[in-house]
Write a protein that binds this ligand. Structure first.
Ligand code: GLV
Length: 323
């Protein structure tokens, strides 16, 4: 059985996978171009991919031998899940293991944006903290988390982990989910109420057809004046131009953004030249331990599929139902 892995992975995941198949791994540290992916996947039974690899209808049409796909990610918006399901191909993902790591980054961005930490760092680093600009009561004044209301958009595992952390900072919690969920300590509210009453908003929903552009220009305009927005979910959920306009006009105080509509960001991304945005290159799950666990789960999904078993973490388990 043949498997193509689009990247080297942390830990021993690929070494374990190689014990179960003939494993071909993309050798370069750069990303695999789409045409090379088509070519290398020919005749393969399995694909182990990253969230940067587009797995669409055209790829599936070109690779009829494919019978299992495993992505080292929890989000699967880079995969045409319906097309896989229609072909009976299971899709594996890596939920659970990245929850705490992503929630940590969310709080990090919340604090960094609210207290202007990167802006202050740039000020000191570039020698602007000098005798002409000594300590002053107005210097780098930010927003307090304690006593403020945090609105969590999406109360799945990551949203709940954000809530647990925010309690420790003395925040009041309100939340909205597409499927109504009871989460202890989080008052469920409508999306409109959340927009209007949250001092901080954390976006923690998956990107789907329903959530694409959820925070569009109209939604951003309904946010509380001076609010802070943090997005560690997916870029397509927030209208970046509308966010940049609101940050520039001062109607929003600051933002923390880990995910973008187009990644890597393009030089003309409207968020890049705003001082009140803290930016990160999609590093929500980027800790050594978590990346090793994600790689291990991604390998486990594929090893199960190659053995004719159900993937332990399958996005489309309906493929296992008898026809
Ligand atoms: C990261 O964004 C993931 O989906 O794993």
């Amino acid at each position: 059985m043949k498997v193509f892995a689009t990247s080297q992975l942390p830990g021993d995941a690929l070494a374990r996978l190689a014990q179960h198949c003939e494993l071909d791994t993309w050798e370069s540290s750069g990303p695999v171009p789409a045409d090379a992916l088509h070519e290398r996947l020919q005749g393969c039974d399995g694909l182990l991919c990253l969230l940067t690899n587009c797995v669409d209808q055209a790829l599936l049409d070109a690779c009829p031998a494919l019978r299992a796909v495993s992505s080292m990610s929890v989000g699967v918006d880079h995969v045409d899940v319906d097309a896989l399901t229609a072909r009976g191909i299971p899709l594996g993902n890596t939920p659970g293991v990245l929850v705490d790591t992503t929630a940590d980054l969310t709080l990090g961005l919340l604090l960094a944006a609210a207290r202007r930490i990167p802006e202050a760092d740039r000020f000191v680093r570039t020698g602007r903290w000098d005798s002409a600009s000594p300590w002053h009561p107005d210097m780098f004044v930010g927003r307090d988390l304690s006593g403020a209301t945090l609105g969590i958009v999406g109360l799945g595992a990551i949203g709940q982990a954000v809530a647990r952390r925010a309690v420790g900072f003395g925040m009041r919690l309100i939340g909205w989910s597409r499927t109504s969920r009871e989460v202890e300590g989080v008052e469920p509210v409508s999306f409109d109420t959340l927009l209007a009453s949250a001092d901080f908003i954390s976006v923690n929903v998956a990107l789907t057809a329903d959530t694409r552009n959820l925070l569009d220009r109209a939604a951003i305009a309904r946010m509380k004046p001076g609010a802070v927005l943090v997005n560690t979910a997916r870029g397509g959920i927030v209208d970046e131009q509308a966010l940049a306009d609101a940050l520039r006009s001062g109607s929003l105080f600051a933002a923390g953004v880990d995910v973008f509509g187009r990644e890597p960001v393009e030089a003309d991304n409207p968020l890049l030249d705003l001082p009140n945005v803290v930016l990160a290159p999609h590093i929500g799950s980027a800790s050594q331990r978590t990346r090793e666990r994600m790689a291990a789960l991604a390998a486990d999904n594929l090893i199960a599929a190659l053995a004719g078993k159900q993937m332990p973490h399958c996005v489309n388990p309906e493929v296992y139902e008898a026809p």
